[in-house]
Structures are given as C-alpha cells and as structure tokens.
Design a protein around this ligand. Structure first.
Ligand SMILES: C[S@@+](CC[C@H](N)C(=O)[O-])C[C@H]1O[C@@H](n2cnc3c(N)ncnc32)[C@H](O)[C@@H]1O
Length: 218
C-alpha cells in the first residue's frame, strides 16, 4: 500500500507538472502510479549500502530525460546502460527509444528486484538488469549510450571511466555519456577518450554530455 508520504510526493509532482503545462511528465507519473510501479526514494541507510561507494536512490525518469536523449543519435542496434539503475525509473524513459537493449547496473539486489517487477508491470521487455558494483562492471563492449544520475562518489566514477576507456580501446565505437547532476564531471573532462558535446542546467541539475574520441584526434 502507498505510504502517505509517497501520495503527498505524487500529488506535489503532479501539481508541478500541471502548473508547467507538462502533459508528458504528468502522463509518466500517472501511468506509473496506476500500474503500481514503485519509484520511491530510498536513503543510503535504508539501502544498507556503504556511503563511500553509494548514493541514495532517487528516480530520474520522465519527460526531461526523454528530451535529452531525443537529441542524441541512436543508430539501429544501439545499447544503453544506466549505471546505478535503482528501481528502473530512467530505464522506463529510455525504453521509448529504439535501443536494442537497455541495461541497468545496480549495487542493491532488492532495488533490482523492484526494477524487474516494475518492467513486468509496464510490459517493458528490452530492459535487463545486473546486480553489480559499477566499479567492477566490465561488460561494456557493445554499449553505445551510458547514463549516470549522480549514482556514486567520484572514486567509483573514476573506476567506471577506466573500465569504459578499456572497452573503447578493445572495441572502438561511438559512445555517448549523459551525466545528470554531474558532480564528478572533471574526471570525464580529463579523459583523452572523451570530448564534451554539451552542458546545460535543467531541473536544478547540471547536465553534461560527452562522446568518445580516438586519443590524440581532438
Ligand atoms: C540517484 S539513483 C538513480 C536511479 C536511476 N538511475 C534513475 O535515474 O532513475 C542512484 C542509484 O545508484 C545505485 N548505486 C550506488 N552506488 C552504486 C555502485 N557502486 N554500483 C552500482 N549502483 C550503485 C544506488 O543504489 C541507487 O539506486
């Protein structure tokens, strides 16, 4: 059963979407609520994860994420990956695009169970989830789009970047990284494997997008 807190949060979000005239966000919120999709906030303490490797769960799916990805090239056969996929909120939005698969990598096993149940309730069949520390996840060679919503502290982001760099060296390809609330953005800026594509502030967060380059070519 929905908690009073989650109902208040839902009504607040719905009211803001109505005031902004944001029908798509309202549709996202109402549809998920009607299908009993659980995208509620969970603190790091409640997740039982150590604060030095993990941030809290908060979902970022909705129309803003759709708008950002709508501007990216998504050739046939593209594969998206959300590092720190939580309950799958962002993956619900990425499922609207023509990705062959949308993967989620999440440290918390209970959150992956919720995400899988959410996909089942929505009938989303191209989503696939992995229980793993992002720092150790190296199955990246066919991934073309990576999304991060401030999921973990900078040391973990540094390990993730090293793994992406190794993957790009082994399997050179065009890869876009979209980083929302980009607190560790300097780490991507310093990488010879990425060049900045855009930066903007929306919904109180700084967003950064990079794409892969061959080292020495920029
Ligand atoms: C802010 S939430 C984002 C959820 C989802 N990406 C979205 O945008 O809807 C961050 C998620 O990252 C997960 N996380 C934190 N540290 C992680 C790590 N080291 N490896 C994998 N997932 C992690 C948390 O459990 C949480 O679910």
């Amino acid at each position: 059963m929905a908690s009073p807190f989650s109902i208040v949060r839902f009504l607040g979000n719905a009211t803001r979407a109505i005031l902004r005239g944001d029908a798509r966000q309202l549709y996202f919120d109402v549809r998920n609520r009607l299908r009993r999709v659980d995208l509620e906030y969970v603190s790091v303490a409640d997740l039982g994860l150590p604060a030095d490797v993990a941030h809290f769960h908060s979902q970022s799916g909705g129309d803003l994420l759709r708008q950002v990805f709508a501007r990216l090239p998504i050739p046939k056969g593209s594969v998206a990956l959300d590092f720190g996929s939580g309950k799958g909120g962002a993956i619900i939005s990425l499922h609207q695009f023509g990705f062959a698969e949308i993967r989620g990598v999440e440290l918390s096993e209970p959150l992956v169970a919720v995400a899988r149940e959410n996909m089942r309730r929505l009938g989303l069949e191209r989503a696939r989830f992995f229980v793993s520390d992002a720092a150790k996840f190296r199955e990246l060679d066919d991934v073309t789009h990576i999304y991060l919503y401030n999921p973990f502290p900078c040391p973990v982001v540094a390990d993730v970047i090293r793994n992406i760099e190794s993957s790009l060296a082994a399997a050179p390809r065009e890869l876009h990284v979209v980083y929302r609330n980009a607190l560790c953005q300097d780490l991507f800026d310093r990488s010879a494997r990425f060049t900045p594509v855009s930066r903007f502030t929306r919904d109180r967060h700084e967003w950064r997008i990079w794409k892969s380059v061959t080292p020495g070519s920029r």
